[in-house]
Ligand binder design. Sequence first.
Ligand code: ACO
Length: 331
Amino acid sequence: MIGSANGTRVGITGLGVCVPERVVTNDDLARHVDTSDEWIVERTGIHERRMIAEDQALTDIALPAAQAALQDARIGEGDVDLIICATVTPDMMFPTASALIADSLGARDAAAYDLLAGCTGFMYAVAQAYGMLAAGLSRRALVIGGDVLSSILDWTDRSTLVLFGDGAGAVVMEPVGHGGFLGFELGADGGGGVHLQLPGSGSRKFESPESMLRMNGREVYKFATRVMVSSAEAVLAECGRTIDEVDVYVPHQANKRIIDHAVGKLGVPPERTVVNVDRFGNTSSGSIPLALADARADGRLRDGALVLMTGMGAGLTWGSALLEWTDRRSA
Ligand code: ACO
């Protein structure tokens, strides 16, 4: 699916994030599996990640991220009429994380649902919210991306354990006077889905009673390096923009090698690329909003900045968006 914006301008007017307090280093993981800080840093660029406490679940980090986004947008809980939570690790299948968050916020008039698109979930959710806002169905949306992949990891599998972390981010989206989303490109390849699976997590029965993440790292790597480039190029072409015009490149934070490959192929100057996989690992749906928050903290999300975001993940899925950042305080 590909399209450029026409009509109502819709932008991001609030941004908030939350990561668990507990820091898990590569050396900590080396106490569970046969790995080393040197191997992990060299193959992934990851130094540490955050993980929730035993008694926590997704909404314990997604709710604070949502509250921070609302505060940042300077609006109250009752001012959103749509809440989408992109995640593959909700507290439970139902009630959904979004409904629980709506209840905790007191957002009584909001439609609320979870969205399942692997690590691309946040990109899909932002595109859906854009569509509902541009159509006039929603007035103001809260889009949350978050995961606690630590809860579905096989702690005996060194090839996946070292890659992931927990984290959440949220954005408020609404019509804006200037800037806003310029276009989206989203796709899926269920034929490749077998390479990144959570068997036993749905209605199909599997032999193993436990539901843990399974990944064919080499196949996912090939897929990732391909779509990170093709999806970004497609959305730029659709919007009639070039990579030279991009001020801030926000790639999914799966692995520093995948990011470096995309940066090289696309021709983005490294200084325009946001990288925080070293501190957080792959936080799935939390990855892009966490990176956006870092870009803003660095002062890179100035009014009018052209922001290119690309996610990819289980499904297999991918998605890009091009956005002209709106800083309403500078208007
Ligand atoms: N520590 C030490 N050795 C390891 C580890 C580890 N943590 N993990 C794997 N190895 C070993 C392997 O067993 C293998 O050993 P062998 O040669 O004796 O068989 C060796 O290292 C090399 O394995 P490769 O798989 O070839 O290593 P590679 O350089 O490809 O790196 C990696 C593996 C990092 C997993 C890479 O394939 C990758 O990044 N894949 C993409 C993963 C990804 O991004 N997934 C998330 C997608 S987003 C989402 O939706 C969740």
